[in-house]
Design a protein around this ligand. Structure first.
Ligand code: MLC
Ligand code: AMP
Length: 502
């Protein structure tokens, strides 16, 4: 059988527009054929290993879709990575995923080919591959249980881990949302989120194309451009992280009254606007409603579990709440003593069972096992409470080592691990501080070696060679020592208070 996703999109007419990008308009037929070419070119790389991992940059254009579908067609596992990844981060992904090849658009070839050659993995340019004619072939049958996608996600264990989804768990994620949010072939959505995380990849691109809709890609978020594009077109659906809504509100307020009227009208013509990936402040929800007429649909999800809890498409949406479990998803809250919470308004960790659940952390069976309770509930690390009407409210997380900045999940341990390699750093502690625009920002308290000559800005500049720039601390203080508890562990809450005082 064909991969479930490819089965779903096979029904859409060849000439229907699937994507509109800076490069032009691309039909379902064109993308299906391009995907065949990619699968054909990758035949050897894919047959060397069942579920061979193929790296692909999150390039926001048709080449991404052709590669994704081609990898799936040939039975491979797509491993998208951030366009902001440093060579260091990319080398880690190649090694950790044990990738056999990397496929990218021609424009990135000068940057990526040398690394692939140095690391001994295959390399293909999409445009070259697509210019050839695919051989008529029988493709392997791909079962729903087969691995399909690996998303690198940060956690409390330092370096990012590859969260593996199968064709079945991906299809479940998409079908759940297509039904819950009533995606239609007549929909048109604007995608301005990165394609190496599920918000952009599954919720927007995946759902849109599965449903036969048109996905318009704005490759680099720009609030002014988003408003202009909204005003000039007939979008029906928009999804983004709270930081984007905040930037859009700012840009709206800076626009002229005539522009504002056009922007408001464009929003009012849409049928659905969704926020997720981080907490949506009620003030922002209200500001958005004022300018757009939309009460944002807030939902809660995670790379490992897909979307789990959502306010309804129709019916009552509650401000400050993420709603109720999506169909097929079971949720329980568990307190620190491991007891399941039975009462409203008691806080506990969200634990999940769902058909959308990931399969494993790649090559990390112990960590995978430890992420589930003995009864098979996935432990999210997020703390929530439920009200009498069954609506969930996210209260925070059970780890200070996870930071959510502008929708990206960042690991304090990963960032500390890098700065500790600086020859003049004796110790450091990375924390997340509350921030109106980003939700949280990364801050670092650092203890320098006695004879150190580097200043904080030099340190941050140095860090950019190793970490994508959105992981670099936005605030730094140099301190004499870090606060530690009796066990010798840094007390991160105390570090946070230092910054609050500053
Ligand atoms: C950019 N910068 C950030 C940042 N994004 N810093 C901290 N946190 C971020 N999220 C920094 C850059 O490194 C750069 O620093 C400077 O800000 C300007 O960069 P930019 O690229 O021009 O910024 P901008 O385009 O404004 O990006 C903001 C953004 C982007 C909100 C559009 O961060 C974004 O796309 N976020 C969405 C991430 C996402 O999709 N998350 C979903 C995960 S899935 P310098 O120093 O170089 O100038 C998930 C599950 C679920 O969470 O439930 O959905
Ligand atoms: P990621 O690991 O990048 O998939 O991010 C998932 C995390 O984002 C969750 O564990 C939550 O901490 C956070 N998150 C997602 N949606 C929401 C939301 N609506 N409100 C608060 N936090 C959210």
């Amino acid at each position: 059988m064909r991969p479930l996703f490819l089965e779903a999109i096979a029904q859409w007419p060849a000439d229907r527009v699937a994507l509109q990008t800076d490069s032009g308009a691309f039909s379902y037929g064109y993308l299906r054929k391009a995907a065949q070419c990619v699968a054909d070119a990758l035949r050897d790389a894919l047959s060397s290993d069942v579920g061979a991992r193929i790296l692909m940059p999150a390039w926001p254009d048709w080449q991404y879709v052709a590669t994704l579908w081609g990898v799936w067609q040939g039975g491979g596992v797509a491993v998208p990575f951030s366009l902001g990844a440093t060579a260091e981060e990319l080398s880690y992904l190649i090694t950790d995923s044990e990738a056999t090849a990397l496929v990218c658009p021609a424009v990135l070839a000068p940057m990526l080919r040398p690394l692939c050659v140095a690391m001994g993995i295959g390399f293909w340019e999409v445009e070259t591959v697509v210019a050839t004619q695919p051989a008529p072939t029988e493709w392997p049958a791909i079962q729903p249980a087969a691995r399909a996608l690996m998303i690198y996600t940060s956690g409390t264990t330092g370096k990012p881990k590859g969260a593996v989804h199968t064709h079945g768990s991906l299809a479940a994620q998409i079908q759940t949302l297509v039904t819950a949010w009533q995606w239609q072939a007549t929909d048109k959505t604007l995608l301005t989120l990165p394609l190496h995380h599920i918000h952009g990849l599954v919720n927007i691109l995946g759902c849109g194309l599965w449903a036969g809709a048109t996905v318009v890609i704005l490759p680099k978020f720009d609030a002014g451009k988003v408003w202009e594009i909204f005003a000039q077109s007939d979008f029906t659906v928009f999804m983004a992280v709270p930081t984007i809504y905040s930037l859009l509100v700012e840009a709206y307020r800076a626009a002229s009254p005539a522009q504002q009227a056009g922007y408001t009208q464009a929003c009012q013509a849409m049928r659905l606007m969704v926020s997720g990936s981080a907490a949506l402040p009620v003030t922002l929800l209200n500001a958005w409603q004022e300018i757009s007429g939309h009460f944002l649909l807030e939902r809660y999800g995670m790379t490992e579990i897909g979307m789990a809890i959502s306010n309804p498409m129709e019916g009552f949406r509650k401000a400050g709440s993420v709603g109720k479990p999506l169909p097929g998803v079971s949720i329980r809250l568990v307190d620190e003593a491991g007891q399941v919470i039975a009462q409203a308004h008691e806080a506990g960790e969200i634990q999940v069972k769902s058909p959308c659940m990931f399969l494993e952390y790649w090559r990390k069976p112990d960590i995978t096992k430890a992420s589930f309770s003995a009864e098979g509930w996935f432990k999210t690390g997020d703390i929530a409470e439920q009200d009498e009407e069954g609506y969930y409210k996210i209260l925070g997380r059970n780890s200070t080592d996870i930071i959510k900045s502008g929708g990206y999940k960042l690991s304090a341990l990963e960032i500390e691990g890098v700065f500790l390699q600086h020859p003049e750093v004796a110790a450091c502690a990375v924390v997340g501080l509350p921030d109106e625009r980003w939700g949280e920002v990364v801050a670092m308290a650092v203890v320098m070696q006695a004879a150190a000559s580097s200043a904080a800005p030099d340190l941050l500049h140095w860090g950019k060679a190793y970490l994508a720039s959105y992981k670099i601390p936005k605030q730094v203080i140099v301190v004499a020592e870090l606060p530690k508890n009796a066990m010798g562990k840094v007390v991160k809450n105390e570090v946070k208070q230092w910054f609050a005082k500053e």
